[in-house]
Write a protein that binds this ligand. Sequence first.
Ligand code: MN
Ligand code: MN
Length: 255
Amino acid sequence: MYHHIKQLMYTVRIGQPDPHFGNMLLEQFGGANGELAAAMQYSVQGLNCDDPERKDLLMDVGTEELSHLEVVGTLARMHLKPLKNDRKAAHADPLIAIAGGGGVNLYNSAGDAWTADYLKITGELDVDLRSNIAAEARAKIVYERLIDFTDDQGTIDALQFLMTREITHMKAFTAALESMGKPTFSIGKIPPTPGLVDQYFNDSTGVGDRGEPDARGPWNEGGDWEMVTAPAFQELESASAGTRAPGSNGGSRRH
Ligand code: MN
Ligand code: MN
């Protein structure tokens, strides 16, 4: 169950309202990487979670994200309030000015309505935890960019708090995933096809106009990796030799 306490998780104070910045803040209120998306993603994952310890983690963090939603919504509201009556300020976000009377709503900074399509919920705990680690990283970088775009110290302090908590959550989700003890590339139950799983298709070749290389690195060499000529090239080569490519019937990509 939920209960509301009339106190923000982080007290918000601002100097002068900045309506354009208020519009940017909506990204963390009703946007793809925002606090409502985080709160709903973790809480709904928690409903689906059969592992009681990690369900507790999902519910703890999901609930904290609701408190973040309240902080960032309060902050955005402070910056957007002048839109109600100030014709010049209204340019910063006509939707909030005209339809919302200077109040926040669940839209992103471009006025797109919040959607459950933002959520990544698979019903597979380790897969969900990976999504959550990535979601926290995205939220962190959005807060960092917001901090870079304001000089208001009170606003910066609140955003620094929210940004820090995303790294805290990233640490917790990472530890929870590692503590499951699953090998990194073991996802689900059906194993990948041996051989094929270690083939790296060199599908982008040549040197780019700005010197972009046909790169080698630990993502395609060493260990079990087998570097494989682009299947499209295999096709061309065998066509010019008058034979069908080994993979041209949709079967094996081995060469
Ligand atoms: Mn958050
Ligand atoms: Mn978070």
